[in-house]
Structures are given as structure tokens and as C-alpha cells.
Design a protein around this ligand. Structure first.
Ligand code: COI
Length: 357
């Protein structure tokens, strides 16, 4: 099905003001956004319009009871000036999984993808060309009802925002295993990309920062024994003979970069295991010299090396000369995204001009 998505163009572009050599993460919006409303059981008011502030009632339902979900993806540009997307259909599906868990309406996948493609094509001059930078895409949906009461909303607002960004992490990060707070429990909302998961991480992360760490390594909620994720990224542990990543058991985000890395690593001949991994296994392997490197994966983080993990009084320090796979994966994914490699996996969607005129 093809949707009619009217475009209202902005009269004045801010593109000329942007310093593409020094892009912060998440602060600069492009000129346009996609917008639509869910009213009386259907998506309506569909269009691409100039970015503008919105008015919000103080009794907006999402503000009070947290019905808010989002996605994070990136667009890059090839040498011929074609915008490229990586696995947009996976993001459409995950958005709908989050919607179902949070009792929100789903979005037809074709509409999500068409809106995304049209917006990214319109904003193609905003796509940074510097390696490691990209156009970050933030689809977001939240309840728009105006009342106080714990009930699913009947009205929703959906936006797709685009932002030219530099790297989210510009250096390797240190992690502290969390011993008191939890990010997610079985049957909870850990798998959904919903605002509350990130809000829950703020206090523990602030306390960890006070102790000199960049982020929390979340542990399971029962025994504080099994590793979950970092919150901003999934985790990979590289042993001498295998790579292990915590299985997505409902309490961990099903990372799309995580899935890419599993498939790339397998195609390179690595043994990849998705399973429970305990902090004791990690420490034992470290002590034996069998743990080579640890890194995170995420749309924003791409692959980010872990320089240190502290668990109680034990410190695991990882040296840069052993960061091989994480660097190789980052280079591979960035090159694939930039159209410099053959797309062996069939993940890249190239936006050709003819489809948008
Ligand atoms: C992403 O990787 O897209 C996220 O939403 C995580 C956040 C650290 C930006």
C-alpha cells in the first residue's frame, strides 16, 4: 500500500548554520519532521512539516503515566549522494512490539517505512559525510489524551525526528556492576524501548558516575548474578574461543545492532553464543587470561569498547591492544552503512531519487 504523505516545506533552512565537523549527539534537529495523530482508532493528520515546538496540556497522559515509546536508527549517504538506511523494517517491527507491550496502537509497517524514507530523502543534505557521524532518526509515539487516570490513552501523537550526530561515545567506557537497583525484571518492560526504562537508569548511573564510572552494567533482578545490558547498549564478551552475548529473555532490549553483530561475527567464522552469562564466568575467564575484550552494541553506540568493569572489589581492566573484534565490527558496519561494501546480508535500503519525485 502506498500512503499519501503531503510535504509542507520550511521557508528558511538552518542547514548553513551547522558545523558538521563538531556535531554533538542529540541536540540539532533538521528542518522537517514527520507527524501524525491517532484519533478515533486510526492514524490521521499525516504529513511532513517544518519542525516546531508543540503545545502540551499539563494533564497530558504520557507525562503522568509514561505511555511513551521510541526507536533509534541511522541514515548515511553513499558516494553518489544516495541516502542509505540499515534494516528499517526491523525498527518498524520493534516499534510495534514496544507499542503492544505498552498498550498503544501499532503503526502499519509500510506507513512507518514510507514516512521514514520520505523524510530522510527530503533531509538528505543534512546527512553527515564524516565517518562515525550519521543522521540519527528518532521515531517517537506518546499518549496525547488530556486527563488524569491510569488507563491506556485513546489519542496518540507520532513523530519522526532527524538529527545530524557525531559519535555517542567518543571513547571506551568503564562499567560498574549494579548491586542494589535493577533495570528490568521478568515480565516487566525491559524489552520495550520505552521512556521508563531509561528514567529508571538515571539515579544508579548518577551514583556510578560519582564513583568514577561511565555507566552501569545491569544484573538480573533475582540474584544480581547474570549480566543483562548497559541500558544504552547490549553487551558482547569475547573469549579466546567464542563470543557470548546475554540472551534476550524479555528483560533485555532486542538490539538491532546486536543482531547485526551476531550475524556478521558468525559469517566471519566466530562461534557466537546467546545465553545467560554470569559475572563469575566473566571474572574467572579474566583471571585465566581467556577474556579478550568486552564491548557494547547499539545504534547510537555502534560498537563501544569497555575499558574497565568493577564488580564489588574486583577490577577487570582491558587493554587497547586486545580490542580487535570491536574495532573490526565498527569499521565493517560503518563501511556497510556508507555503501563502501557489498551488502552481503541484504540489509541496506538505498533511497533512489525516482521514488521520491
Ligand atoms: C539508540 O542507540 O538509538 C538509543 O536509543 C540509545 C540512546 C543511548 C541514544
Amino acid at each position: 500500500m502506498s500512503y499519501t504523505i503531503p510535504i509542507e516545506k520550511s521557508t528558511q533552512s538552518r542547514l548553513g548554520e551547522i558545523d558538521f565537523e563538531n556535531l554533538p549527539f542529540g541536540r540539532i534537529l533538521t528542518d522537517h519532521m514527520f507527524e501524525m495523530d491517532y484519533l478515533d482508532g486510526e492514524w490521521t493528520n499525516i504529513g511532513i512539516r517544518p519542525v516546531k515546538p508543540m503545545q502540551l496540556s499539563p494533564v497530558n497522559l504520557a507525562l503522568h503515566y509514561g505511555q511513551s515509546i521510541f526507536e533509534g536508527m541511522k541514515a548515511s549517504i553513499d558516494a553518489d549522494g544516495h541516502p542509505l538506511l540499515l534494516r528499517p523494517e526491523m525498527h518498524a517491527k520493534r516499534m510495534n512490539l514496544s507499542a503492544e507491550r505498552m498498550c498503544m496502537p501499532t503503526i502499519p509497517e509500510e506507513l512507518f517505512i514510507e514516512a521514514l524514507e520520505k523524510l530522510v530523502y527530503l533531509e538528505k543534505d543534512w546527512i553527515p559525510k564524516i565517518s562515525g557521524s550519521a543522521l540519527y532518526i528518532r521515531p517517537i509515539m506518546f499518549a496525547a489524551d488530556e486527563f488524569i487516570g491510569v488507563a491506556p490513552g485513546e489519542k496518540y501523537k507520532f513523530f519522526i525526528l532527524t538529527l545530524p550526530v557525531g559519535p555517542y561515545y567518543s571513547k571506551p567506557i568503564s562499567l560498574l556492576t549494579e548491586q542494589k537497583y535493577v533495570r528490568a525484571v521478568d515480565g516487566g518492560i525491559g524489552e520495550a524501548k520505552t521512556a521508563g526504562n531509561y528514567a529508571a537508569s538515571l539515579l544508579p548511573a548518577k551514583l556510578a558516575k560519582k564513583k568514577g564510572y561511565d555507566q552501569i552494567m545491569w544484573m538480573d533482578a533475582h540474584e544480581f548474578k547474570y549480566i543483562q545490558e548497559v541500558g544504552t547498549m547490549n553487551l558482547f564478551f569475547v573469549f579466546k574461543d567464542k563470543v557470548v552475548t546475554p540472551a534476550t529473555d524479555g528483560s533485555i532490549l532486542k538490539g538491532i545492532t546486536r543482531d547485526c553483530f551476531i550475524k556478521i561475527l558468525s559469517s566471519w567464522g566466530h562461534r557466537v553464543e546467546e545465553r545467560k552469562i554470569s559475572i563469575d564466568e566473566v571474572i574467572d575467564a579474566y583471571d585465566l587470561g581467556d577474556l579478550v575484550e568486552v564491548f557494547g552494541s547499539g545504534t547510537a553506540a555502534v560498537s563501544t569498547q569497555v575499558s574497565k568493569i568493577t564488580h564489588k572489589s574486583k577490577h577487570l581492566v582491558f587493554s587497547e591492544d586486545r580490542w580487535t573484534l570491536s574495532k573490526k565490527l565498527k569499521t565493517y558496519l560503518n563501511n556497510l552503512r556508507a555503501g563502501n561494501l557489498t551488502d552481503d546480508f541484504g540489509w541496506i535500503v538505498k533511497l533512489e531519487e525516482e521514488a521520491f519525485v
